[in-house]
Design a protein around this ligand. Structure first.
Ligand SMILES: Cc1cc2nc3c(=O)[nH]c(=O)nc-3n(C[C@H](O)[C@H](O)[C@H](O)COP(=O)(O)O)c2cc1C
Length: 205
């Protein structure tokens, strides 16, 4: 499948899998990366280099956000003992899961409520922009991880109180998402289960 994006040439100078192409060329590398990313629930226990984790944080840092409020903080737990303690607290019943313990690190995303302008926007539009922003930033992190050969899994089903207690975070803080990050047991990619593209878009009205 070829996707043609007739934009002007821009060399972003990065080795990332995203390229800006001239008219008539294809932007298929980003689609390959998007296709490669999948939820990993079988990690092999290998640690992840901090350099790689920081590349993922940098990708997240570059994400756009409403009023540029950047309403996130990332805590990366890569100390083995703390990681196990965190996983046991996060995935106690009814949130039971044992596989995250084998990830090399756990990303804990602290949701902030955004700056004043973004909060006024939330109120007027009845939209939680900070959650949109966190979604974008975390997906940047995850796609950069995929490009580095790392598996990840978005996780919204966990014991938030347990996470905050383990990390000594204030009770008033909000953790909406955590992401185990590590090396997958296999390199095989599953077939994506998705709605057909025709069901997902239309042009104009
Ligand atoms: C916001 C969000 C929360 C999710 N929470 C969980 C979770 O708690 N546990 C889990 O195993 N997967 C979770 N997932 C992963 C989804 O189940 C998965 O993305 C979806 O089934 C598509 O599969 P894929 O990621 O392999 O393409 C979550 C995904 C998102 C985006």
């Amino acid at each position: 499948m070829n996707y043609i994006f007739p934009t002007e040439t821009k060399d972003c100078g990065l080795e990332a899998a995203v390229f800006y192409c001239t008219g008539g060329q294809y932007m298929e590398n980003f689609l390959e990366l998007a296709g490669k990313r999948e939820s990993c629930r079988k990690f092999n226990g290998k640690p992840v280099a901090r350099e790689d984790l920081l590349k993922c944080v940098e990708a997240a840092r570059l994400a756009p956000s409403a009023c540029n409020s950047q309403p996130w903080k990332f805590i990366i737990v890569d100390d083995s003992a703390l990681k196990i303690e965190l996983c046991r607290a996060a995935f106690s019943a009814p949130y039971t899961a044992s596989w995250p313990e084998k990830a090399g690190a756990i990303l804990v995303v602290i949701s902030e409520r955004g700056n004043f302008t973004a909060r006024v926007g939330n109120f007027v539009r009845d939209t939680r922009y900070y959650l949109v922003d966190i979604g974008i930033a975390v997906e940047h992190f995850i796609l950069q991880a995929a490009e580095l050969g790392l598996g990840t899994c978005w996780m919204g089903w966990f014991n938030e109180k347990g996470v905050k207690k383990t990390l000594g975070l204030p009770a008033s803080s909000k953790v909406d998402i955590i992401v185990p990050v590590g090396y997958a047991e296999t390199n095989e990619t599953r077939k994506k289960v998705r709605r057909r593209i025709e069901e997902t878009y239309k042009f104009n009205k």
